[in-house]
Design a protein around this ligand. Structure first.
Ligand SMILES: Nc1ncnc2c1ncn2[C@@H]1O[C@H](COP(=O)(O)OP(=O)(O)OP(=O)(O)O)[C@@H](O)[C@H]1O
Length: 267
């Protein structure tokens, strides 16, 4: 944990016990990030439990992406900490942190960041190959994931030969083929029309929460947030509200391949 910026008042201890309950998959304690004179995130504490969907909302510049990046270990906090599987993420070595992101976390962005020269199945298989799996072994689970997301028969199309919604499903498959326990999505439907956006969100929720994984999704779109069980709203880097949708939307999806490889301890 790094030193809190000097100009800020001392912070009180975490509001919750720093020991994870069995259902807690990720928790953040007083996460704070400063960029120059901008306090992008200001002492945010949150707990995420297994098999839940959380939308992070707020106006432009309120700190949504900064929070996502801190939770996922992409950015290091100036103060506070994020914890996954008993490990403080920022205390891990660079190697351990990249392994955590490759094997335990999945990412879906507004533009799928897929490799246009590769086919759909190769894009998904690539996530496994980066983790050391030979291509001939990786294409099997990759094709299973594509089929589970409704892309059976399109495996050998290049990304440019797919619609925007189909490409986002490829990105969703790639994010999870490694057996990710948490999927972080940043405006995953931001480039799609409303009908396609709803279909992609249903695919994302069905393949994550519907299978017991955890989804954290940054969105400006109230219809995307309405599909999530919980909505956290940020303003000026602070939590304005944290609301659970009583009863919560049911998330179902086609059966997806089991985690491969088995998720292991981070270190
Ligand atoms: N790398 C950076 N360097 C400097 N300032 C940054 C950096 N990243 C974010 N900021 C600033 O931190 C604040 C929060 O940014 P962030 O991207 O987290 O907001 P956001 O809610 O995701 O915004 P948007 O909805 O526009 O994507 C903004 O004022 C932004 O300009």
């Amino acid at each position: 944990m790094n030193t809190h910026p000097a100009q800020q008042p001392p912070l009180s201890p975490p509001a919750f016990a720093p020991t994870a309950t069995p259902a807690t998959v990720l928790y953040a304690s007083h996460l704070t990030k400063q960029y120059g004179s901008t306090r992008a995130l200001d002492s945010v504490s949150l707990t995420f439990t297994e098999g839940t969907s959380t939308a992070i909302m707020g106006t432009s510049g309120s700190g949504k992406t900064t929070l996502l990046h801190l939770l996922a270990g992409i950015v290091t906090p100036d103060y506070g900490s994020a914890h996954y599987a008993g490990a403080e993420i920022s205390a891990l070595s660079d190697t351990e942190r990249s392994r955590l992101r490759r094997e335990h976390f999945g990412f879906v962005f507004q533009q799928g960041l897929l490799v246009p020269e590769l086919t759909a199945v190769e894009n998904v298989a690539l996530a496994l190959m980066i983790n050391g799996m030979p291509k001939r072994q990786a294409v099997g689970p990759a094709a299973q994931w594509l089929a589970a997301l409704g892309l059976g028969g399109l495996e050998n199309r290049r990304i440019g030969e797919l619609s925007g919604g189909q490409a986002q499903r490829v990105a969703i498959a790639r994010a999870q083929v490694t057996g990710a326990r948490i999927v972080f999505a940043d405006e995953p439907t931001g480039a799609l029309d409303s009908t396609t956006s709803a279909e992609v969100m249903d695919a994302l929720l069905g393949s994550t929460v519907g299978q017991g994984r955890t989804l954290v999704v940054v969105t400006h779109d109230p219809s995307v947030a309405a599909k999530c069980q919980r909505v956290v709203t940020l303003s000026d880097g602070k939590i304005m509200s944290d609301v659970w949708n009583a009863g919560g939307p049911a998330h179902t999806g086609n059966p997806v391949p089991s985690a491969s490889p088995e998720t292991e301890a981070v270190r």
